[in-house]
Design a protein around this ligand. Structure first.
Ligand code: ATP
Length: 324
């Protein structure tokens, strides 16, 4: 029998579409299992400040389809200090909170690990980030929505590129990870995809552009923001090699974080929210609930945050083969 009675949930780090579906799943499955449920506003900052409220089934009604996070999210410098974490622990004690679910990325799980070590409170994580850069889950909550937003935007850019015979360099999000760029590049028929994980072979790209020049009215090159040079520099290099090209740059920016979560993100967040509560009640702590090959699995925070290279070089080949 678990001693846990009162569980709180928070969202932390960058927001991602599907966090609301995750909050809903945590609150409702907690109530289903007889728990008293709480929400902490603004991530660890709210925990340090004591911004904690009781939540019931109704408080998460009509949010599954909304982007962002109703609990809001923040970055907290205070939580990085022992003093800040002590203050956060005192605030949890005031509400008799004896377990936490944190939805966020690697920073969130690093903070959670320290908190468990220092105060021995059970915490389960859910992967909430558009970057899909965590170990222990095939997909993170928000990634599918973000790539679909990129695909929609690039399809529109392709229309104007085609009408004007232009080459567009489109910069997409992904600080250290090219996964958004790679998948959206395949789905939009991009001529090249530049990602931080792989050395850019400019010669090969230029040759490819040259070879296919006569066949194409429009060209799209997707560049991940974490690429060493970024969209503007890439565009200049192409322009220098092909002065006749009408080269334009589009930096998609924060639209990639917002919007209604896709069906896939809603289902993922719902499954992982239920798993997080059931994991806590089984006595788990310091682990992230993730989905691997369709099955829920738990991975220790220390492993989940190790940045692994999820880049499948088969996918980079596909871009090359299909851009003839
Ligand atoms: P994303 O990468 O999607 O933005 P994230 O969870 O990695 O998500 P961060 O801003 O890196 O986002 O981390 C969220 C919060 O976790 C930080 O604001 C901080 O409060 C806490 N945190 C991060 N690193 C540490 C650490 N080393 N010690 C204690 N707390 C930490």
């Amino acid at each position: 029998m678990s001693h846990i009675k009162n569980i709180a949930v928070l969202t932390s780090g960058g927001d991602s579409p599907g966090m609301n579906a995750g909050i809903r799943a945590v609150i409702r499955s907690g109530i289903y299992h007889g728990m008293n449920m709480f929400g902490i506003r603004r991530g660890y900052d709210g925990m340090v400040q004591g911004d904690i409220m009781a939540m019931d089934a109704k408080s998460v009604a009509n949010i599954i389809q909304r982007g962002g996070t109703i609990l809001k999210t923040a970055r907290s410098e205070e939580f990085k200090t022992l003093e800040g974490r002590k203050q956060a622990y005192e605030n949890l004690k005031k509400h008799n909170i004896d377990a936490l679910v944190v939805i966020g990325g690697d920073g969130t799980f690093t903070g959670a690990s320290k908190f468990i070590e220092e105060f021995d409170i059970p915490i389960i994580g859910m992967p909430g980030t558009i970057d899909n850069d965590l170990n222990g889950t095939d997909f993170t909550i928000g990634y599918d929505t973000a790539i679909n937003t990129v695909v929609d935007a690039v399809d529109k850019i392709r229309d104007t590129a085609e009408s004007h015979d232009r080459l567009f360099v489109v910069e997409v999000m992904g600080r250290d990870s090219g996964l958004i760029a790679l998948r959206s590049g395949i789905s939009t028929g991009a001529e090249a995809v530049l990602i931080p994980e792989l050395e850019v072979d400019y010669d090969a790209i230029m040759k490819r552009l040259d070879k296919t020049r006569k066949n194409k009215a429009s060209r799209i090159i997707i560049v991940a923001e974490g690429d060493k040079e970024g969209g503007l520099v890439v565009a200049e290099k192409i322009k220098a090699n092909f002065p006749a090209y009408d080269v334009r740059v589009s930096i998609l920016g924060h639209i990639q974080r917002g919007g209604k979560p896709t069906c896939m993100d809603r289902v993922l967040a719902s499954r992982l929210g239920v798993a997080a509560i059931e994991g806590l009640l089984e006595g788990r702590k310091g682990e992230m609930a993730g989905l691997i090959c369709g099955n829920v699995q738990f991975t220790p925070f220390s492993k989940a945050i190790k940045h692994i290279d999820k880049i499948n070089t088969n996918l980079t080949r596909i871009v090359e083969i299909l851009s003839l």
